[in-house]
Design a protein around this ligand. Structure first.
Ligand code: GLU
Length: 590
């Protein structure tokens, strides 16, 4: 069939206009830095950063902070692998972006091996203590408030990041382990300048101020550490030195582990973490979830995360509706995209949890025939409001609807090394500053609030993602690898709580279906539905879609939608990288 160039040109002209509008809106500082309650989404308090597409020939690193990206770039220059760079970046992020991730948290890592054309996925998710039960978040027979649960010892799961990094290094590392620690140790000892985003989040977080060791560090002289204030963290440097020379056992056993457990147990609302929980922790290799989309093969993390499955479901359901023919930023595209989100979230709430504890029907949920059938339920003119879950394996009657909530924080990094190997890693301590419990210079996660706080739904059906001993809470993280003809094409992921799914799906669609460059794709306003209202990003061109969506029966909410997508895409000229203007990251490469 001959190509209709006139419509192609028109389409790309419209795309450019939309992107220009989308870029203009965020350039203004959006929200005042007002104090927030600990449960609010303080992400709204930071201004946007102007980002441009970055190009490189040999390798590239992208993360949420320039110092971390620089650490990764140095490792790559020294001949390090993508995993080596990711380790160095994570250790720096734990210092300079402590509100989002660190050695006190967990992560999922996807690795692309260029020689073998193989994707491997690694799970460093936190685990519940061995002694807890489904009533972990109950007090006197009643479920705690979400805020109380988050800021407590009970929310702390056994951290997984260091064991995950060690496992990945054993498999894919090139430089010696201690070398990967030097940038973070030096920065922790000499100090780093507090960034605008870190300052705003410290200033807006009353729960952090209430925790004494955290207060001493983050509020020098009783005031939130100012932008540019040089923050030194000798305690964190000392932890890193020991792990660098003695290995990760120095963290999971001995004095550091003693202090970690003591801090959790000494909290006003104590947790039950033990030394045995720490020493028993193992990172796991998991089977990646993969699917086809147009000419691409997309792989992401499987359970205990729901992220990969939900992203693949959305793309699969939308295939029959030819989104590539729709205008990005049109009411029509937003309608279909949010309807697909509703359907994916409905399944997510019933079926996905730790696969070591419950059968997750992964293949059935990703079967192209099932996805075609689900996608066919999208009406072109009217929103379905609330989607019902599908029942591909007739197990719905026994699955309660999940009651988990989350508050967005977290971080995502991507790396490509000179061999063409890649890493896509999402890392988290769950909500902003995690549980706020600060031990030896790092924060402990509150990941266990990613479990359903209630074990059963109101109809009495057990919830797949209920608390159980040594179980991993369900996640929404979706570190993703895209291949074309078996070769690496794209790496992407995002923080953002359960909205991660929409952030990642949007970026993939913009690159793969709308052929936007990676920076334009990240900049594109965030939209989507988590099977509740249709959300449109505040302060962006997407606000103009309200009326059109309401006419199609959508209940619309305008909200900040703070993604933190970091991504790499290969094009004809080499490697391109993009960082999210909603955070303060940086892409850099040689
Ligand atoms: N704890 C969330 C998850 O694992 C991530 C939180 C966030 O991205 O802010 O899905």
């Amino acid at each position: 069939m001959p190509t209709d160039f006139s419509s192609l040109t028109l389409r790309s002209a419209l795309k450019q206009t939309w992107v220009a509008l989308a870029l203009l809106a965020p350039l203004t500082a959006l929200h005042a830095q007002e104090p927030q309650t600990p449960d609010a989404a303080p992400e709204a308090s930071t201004a946007r950063v102007y980002q441009t597409l970055v190009r490189a020939k040999r390798f590239m690193a992208v993360s949420a902070n320039a110092l971390a990206t620089q650490a990764g770039q140095e490792i790559l220059r020294d001949g390090g692998s993508a995993v080596d760079a990711a380790i160095a970046m994570q250790l720096v992020l734990g210092l300079v972006e402590p509100q989002s991730s660190g050695v006190g948290g967990g992560a999922f890592l996807l690795h692309y091996d260029a020689a073998a054309h193989k994707v491997r996925s690694y799970d460093g998710r936190e685990t519940a203590p061995a002694s807890v039960g489904p009533d972990l978040f109950f007090r006197q027979g009643k479920v705690m408030s979400f805020g109380e649960a988050v800021n407590s010892g009970r929310a702390v799961g056994t951290p997984g990041v260091l064991r995950l990094l060690k496992l990945a290094h054993r498999r894919h590392g090139k430089l010696p382990w201690p070398r990967l620690f030097s940038a973070a140790i030096t920065l922790a000892e000499k100090g780093f300048a507090v960034s605008p985003r870190l300052h705003a989040q410290i200033a807006g977080n009353r729960a952090l101020f209430a925790q004494e060791p955290a207060r001493d560090y983050f509020y020098p002289n009783g005031q939130p550490a100012a932008v540019g204030h040089i923050l030194k963290n000798p305690a964190y440097a000392a932890v890193l030195k020991r792990v660098a020379t003695e290995g990760v056992t120095a963290f999971y056993e001995g004095e550091i582990a003693d202090d970690l457990v003591a801090a959790v147990r000494a909290h006003r609302v104590p947790g039950e973490l033990t030394l045995a929980d720490l020493s028993a922790y193992r990172a796991k290799e998991r089977t990646a979830v993969c699917g086809k989309h147009a000419v691409y093969q997309i792989c992401s993390i499987g359970p205990p995360s729901s992220g990969g499955i939900a992203v693949l479901q959305m793309l699969g359901m939308l295939e029959q509706h030819q989104l590539d023919q729709m205008q990005p930023g049109s009411v029509e595209a937003a309608h279909y995209f949010s309807e697909a989100g509703r359907l994916a979230f409905a399944d997510r709430e019933r079926y996905i949890a730790d696969p070591d504890f419950i059968t997750v029907p992964v293949d059935a949920l990703l079967d192209p025939r099932y996805l075609h059938w689900r996608g066919a339920q999208i009406d072109s003119r009217m929103s379905m409001g609330t989607a019902l879950p599908g029942d591909p394996l007739k197990m719905l009657a026994k699955r309660g609807k999940d009651q988990a909530a989350d508050v967005p924080s977290t971080t995502h990094l991507v790396v490509v090394d000179a061999q063409g190997d890649g890493v896509s890693m999402t890392s988290t301590i769950e909500s902003e500053f995690g549980s706020k419990i600060f031990v030896r210079g790092f924060l402990l996660n509150n990941q266990l609030t990613d479990f359903s706080l209630q074990p059963n739904d109101p109809e009495g059906r057990p919830i797949a993602n209920r608390v159980e001993p040594r179980k991993r809470p369900r996640s929404a993280m979706a570190p993703t690898v895209v291949m074309r003809d078996g070769r690496l094409f794209m790496l992407a992921g995002s923080p953002g709580g359960s909205a991660i799914i929409n952030f990642v799906a949007k970026t993939l669609m913009a690159v793969l279906d709308w052929q936007m460059d990676v920076q334009q794709s990240i900049d594109l306003p965030n939209i989507g539905s988590r099977n509740r209202d249709t959300e449109l990003e505040r302060g962006s061109a997407a606000e103009s879609l309200q009326q059109g969506l309401r006419q199609r029966g959508h209940r619309v909410t305008i909200s900040p939608m703070p993604s933190g997508v970091h991504a790499i895409v290969f094009d004809k000229e080499g490697i391109t990288g993009g960082a999210d203007p909603r955070r303060e990251g940086r892409a850099a490469g040689d």
